[in-house]
Design a protein around this ligand. Structure first.
Ligand SMILES: *Cc1c(COP(=O)(O)O)cnc(C)c1O
Length: 382
């Protein structure tokens, strides 16, 4: 089965895990710190804080900003549920914003502006499918309205420019992301203001129970005891994950280049083999090419296409069912309607995209998709 996404793990990861067992120090040690430093360097950030997941990282950033009941946070609905859940975790209210256009499924600036109120404190930008939002326009928006920007960069590890839009950016190393530690995440903060340092210091403490020093620092004599100065969490990363993360990070640029090349090939062959498909992001835009969404014609039975592709050994999926339509969110926010997000979600289909694929895989997917679409044209009234 050609999978939509897959983790790439091998001998180097095995050796890195074995080395942690040899050393015997298994959590929050030198590897976690080295992973933070290396990740910050790759993203031109002064420093980074490793956490147990992107969801945990988003929660910590919102907590560090002091957001809570009565505060509103603008979020897209065309995202994974964690983006909105993190807002609810601090007791604030997510305000769902539509996408810009069907061919630009990033959070709409004009809809965000329309939904700003006196209570709007922050906006979470999601780099959907790995594509970067317009930095200058969002920074101008944030400045004009006194809104803090946070990047949910779960799809965009290794992308130049990521982390420079918001006051903080949070990455995911879940198994299907561009690099993985099985579970894990990373927070970077802007370094052009004291604010970035203060943010990282705060999330570093919040990550580990609000303690003023860690076990490693006490062992190495850098600290003798600790105090607890805030209500913290246990969102730590361990040495096994950091060891894998260091190996994966070194390979990320090569993998992202491969994703870019595969995406370009998809665009070429889909344009010729499947002319009734619409491809989002037709204009060039920086991207980590995390997923390859296509937009099916409105009349097509998507499940039928997915079944036909599966029968040919090709997995597909949908990114995403809109968050505001899930039962839990519908019950709390029944009045929300986002016409473009809903139409995009009805017609979107994600095709296999990962660095273990070659050009022939792309051609095979395009041909299978063309056949499935042709079959539906034959059985449908014109
Ligand atoms: C995967 C993902 C998350 C959650 O990441 P975890 O590390 O699994 O918590 C958040 N936002 C988006 C957009 C994602 O794709």
């Amino acid at each position: 089965m050609l999978l939509v996404a897959k983790p790439i793990l091998g001998e180097e990861e095995k050796a890195a895990l074995a080395a942690v067992i040899e050393d015997g120090w298994i959590t929050m040690g030198e590897r976690v710190r080295a992973f933070e430093r290396a990740f910050a360097d790759m993203h031109d950030a002064r420093d980074a804080v490793a956490v147990s997941s992107c969801t945990a990282g988003l929660h910590l950033v919102l907590a560090a900003l002091g957001l809570g009941p009565g505060d509103e946070v603008l979020v897209p609905s065309m995202t994974f549920v964690a983006t909105a859940a993190s807002v609810l975790h601090v007791g604030a209210t997510p305000v769902f914003v539509d996408i810009e256009r069907l061919d630009l499924p990033l959070m709409s600036l004009s809809d965000a502006a329309a939904k700003c109120t006196g209570r709007t404190r922050a906006a979470i930008l999601v780099h959907y499918a790995g594509y970067l939002p317009d930095r200058e326009r969002w920074r101008a928006f944030a400045q004009a309205r006194g809104v803090t920007l946070i990047e949910d960069a779960a799809h965009a590890a290794g992308l130049p420019g990521v982390g420079t839009i918001g006051d903080a950016a949070v990455f995911s190393f879940y198994g299907n992301k561009n690099m993985t530690t099985a579970e894990g995440g990373m927070i970077v903060a802007r370094d052009d203001a004291m604010r970035g340092d203060a943010m990282l210091e705060r999330v570093r403490m919040l990550r580990a129970h609000g303690m003023t020093s860690g076990a490693r620092q006490r062992l190495t004599g850098h600290a003798s005891g600790y105090d607890v100065t805030m209500l913290g969490y246990n969102y730590r990363m361990d040495e096994f994950r950091a060891a894998i993360g260091l190996v994966q990070l070194a390979r990320l640029p090569e993998w992202n280049a491969r994703r870019q090349a595969l995406t370009e090939r998809y665009r070429r062959v889909l344009e010729s083999d499947c002319p009734d498909l619409a491809l989002p992001f037709p204009q060039p835009r920086p991207s980590a090419n995390h997923i390859l969404p296509v937009l099916l014609p409105a009349t097509v039975d998507r499940q039928g296409i997915m079944d036909d592709l599966r029968a040919e050994g090709i997995q597909t999926s949908v990114h995403y069912a809109p968050v505001h339509r899930f039962t839990f969110y519908r019950q709390r926010f029944p009045e929300v309607t986002l016409p473009l997000t809903e139409e995009f979600a009805r017609r979107a289909l994600s095709l296999p995209l990962h660095p273990d694929m070659d050009d022939d895989d792309v051609d095979r997917v395009a041909r299978a998709l063309a056949r499935a679409l042709a079959k539906q044209r034959e059985t449908m009234p014109p």
